[in-house]
Design a protein around this ligand. Structure first.
Ligand code: PMP
Length: 411
């Protein structure tokens, strides 16, 4: 692809120039956290060197500029996911906080006996908040299970979602198997039954061109640190009329209109959901990340990651000592590959790969119910971003061979 030929983006990332254990760093842990290009580091630095002040309603020039920068960041996010209104963008700490906000605030609309439907492939962040809500309000939490092909079938969806379903929450892309769920079709079906639709876009927003209006998501959550931005800043998108309808989550300064001794009235959106001093420098960093991603183009990024995934899968399938924990075809799957080496624990593999400068992840990937469902204790996982290359995949494959040798297996 264009990216592969030009290979120009990697040099924008200072951290990727370093050596690890004397080897060029090969960073293949992008599903956990991505790296930041100079443009993002500069934007955060510039904010801190020239603007930093509390954005809330200050009269002095720095506060006015900080408020402006924070609002501009919100507008950038709005455009990025094609929300209708800027006030539909709520800044949170991360995907996890966004979903907790919903489990609390949207949860207030549910009554005993109502049902919540999620899938077994969810990250713990899209499970536990709903479990807690279900316990608090005596609701039923139901799971969609994938078939042999790791994908959730239409019949599974139709079996589980009924008129009792009040919330349907599903990941856009699994952080373990890389499966991309048909969220638009799923949302349409859930809406027919009157459910609110929540999309965990933690692995979606960074890698797939996302249009919340086209999906018709009622709510959509994602984290900046998985898309070149800083940690500690995330987003909850919600349809305006729904955000207006549900109660606030965190309360305190910044989210009120009037405060009396025994009660208060709340600020309009988005402040209603942003209690306390916000992470303005984080929002500025996220906006710079979005600008950078859009210069490359999400279509281009998706295409490059598809190529890398195809390249890696084709090679991995041929090795009889590898067991893939995800679909081996490219249909509706992103650049995340979970696997095991026969006879070698994924933690050992990750340690040996590290000595070769390769950063990969091992363990349960915060998806224990899925691991149990797949009958696995742990997997190794590589996950790509646009700055990765086929050459890096070759280095990763060589490190698998090295691990086999360390454990006394032949080549
Ligand atoms: N959902 C999915 C699908 C994820 O991959 C992750 C991060 N691994 C999360 C939720 C949680 O994101 P965060 O830790 O940024 O809240």
């Amino acid at each position: 692809s264009k990216l592969e030929l030009e290979n120009k983006y990697k040099s924008d990332f200072p951290i990727l120039k370093q050596k690890v254990n004397g080897k060029d760093l090969v960073y293949l842990d992008n599903a956990a956290t991505t790296q930041k290009p100079k443009a993002v580091l500069d934007a955060i630095n510039d904010y801190n060197e020239n603007i930093n002040a509390n954005p809330h309603r200050g009269a002095h020039i720095l506060s006015v500029k900080a408020t402006e920068a924070y609002q501009n960041a919100r507008d950038t996010v709005k455009e990025f996911i094609n929300a209708e209104f800027s006030e539909e963008i709520i800044f949170t700490r991360n995907t996890t906080e966004s979903i907790n906000l919903l489990a609390y605030s949207l949860g207030e609309l549910l009554d005993e006996g109502d049902e919540i439907v999620i899938s077994i492939m969810e990250h713990h962040s899209n499970i536990i908040p709903w479990q807690q809500l279900a316990k608090r309000k005596n609701l039923k939490l139901k799971y969609l299970y994938p078939g042999e092909d790791y994908r959730i079938s239409r019949s599974e969806l139709e079996d589980k979602i009924t008129d009792k379903t009040k919330i349907f929450s599903i990941s856009q892309m699994s952080n373990v198997t890389g499966v991309i769920n048909p969220v638009k079709e799923m949302a349409e079906y859930a809406h027919k039954h009157g459910a609110y639709v929540v999309i965990d876009g933690a692995q979606g927003a960074p890698h797939l061109k996302t249009d919340v209006q086209a999906i018709d998501a009622d709510f959509y959550a994602f984290s900046a640190h998985k898309m070149l931005g800083p940690m500690g800043i995330g987003v909850l998108y919600g349809k305006k009329h729904l955000l207006e309808k549900i109660p606030p989550f965190l309360t305190g300064g910044g989210m009120i209109e009037y405060v009396y001794e025994q009660s208060s009235t709340f600020a309009p959106l988005p402040e209603k959901f942003e209690a306390g001093t916000p992470n303005a420098e984080g929002a500025v960093g996220l906006a710079a990340a979005i600008d950078y991603l859009q210069k490359i183009g999400l279509d281009e990024i998706e295409k490059h990651e598809q190529e890398l995934t195809e390249y890696a899968l084709q090679k991995m399938e041929k090795l009889d000592y590898i067991e893939l924990a995800g679909p081996d075809d490219l249909k509706d799957r992103g650049g995340i590959i979970s696997f095991n080496l026969k006879g070698i624990h994924s933690h050992d593999l990750a340690s040996i790969s590290d000595t070769e400068g390769i950063a990969l992840r091992s363990g349960h990937h915060c998806a224990q119910p899925l691991m149990k469902h797949l009958n696995l204790n742990s997997t190794g996982r590589i996950s790509f971003y646009f700055y990765n290359s086929k050459e890096e995949i070759d280095k990763f494959l060589a490190s698998l061979q090295k691990a086999r040798e360390v454990f006394g297996y032949g080549s």
